[in-house]
Design a protein around this ligand. Structure first.
Ligand code: CU
Length: 165
């Protein structure tokens, strides 16, 4: 992202606008740079070279309920967190980090495609008794959510809040 911004700035400073220059700009942009611009509402993927605070999260199920422990987390804006995820249940579970609104929309899509699997910078799917990690940098203040969008799980309580101050 940094790279893209500096290329754009350099082009802007050196040249005045014309169709030819726009074409140049497009040409020097590697195709992959645009893929890095994926929008994540809760911040951005973490940098493994930088320090991170570890937060352990357990996923559980039982007596008609499902959920996370803890289900409420507070972080500071700019803080990098290494979520260490442990599925203690007998079913697959997910950890998808977004806003509550996005997760609800995403859950509707999942109902139509229950086999959809997640392995994105902001989403992990764990096998029964499996574990995983997710490194994340919280760049925005607000309330975000982690949730499991496997059909039926959200409704049984499988979501938690992250408050970024
Ligand atoms: Cu689940």
């Amino acid at each position: 992202m940094q790279k893209h911004a500096s290329i754009v700035t350099a082009v802007g400073l050196l040249l005045t606008s014309s169709a030819a220059i726009l074409a140049t700009h497009v040409t020097i942009m590697p195709a992959s740079a645009h893929e890095d611009h994926r929008h994540f509402s809760a911040g951005e993927p973490g940098d493994p070279k930088k320090p991170a605070r570890v937060i352990n999260i357990k996923m559980f199920e039982g007596s008609g309920k499902m959920g996370y422990e803890p289900a409420r987390i507070e972080v500071r804006r700019g803080e990098q967190i290494r979520f260490v995820l442990q599925n203690e249940g007998e079913e697959d579970h997910e950890f998808i980090l977004a806003t509550a609104t996005e997760n609800r929309k995403h859950a509707e899509v999942m109902k139509k495609n229950p086999d959809m699997e997640h392995d994105d910078p902001n989403a992990k799917r764990l096998l029964p008794h499996g574990n995983s990690e997710l490194l994340w940098k919280f760049t925005k203040r607000g309330t975000f959510e982690f949730a499991c969008l496997i059909p039926g799980h959200y409704e049984k309580g499988m979501f938690g809040r992250i408050i970024v101050r």
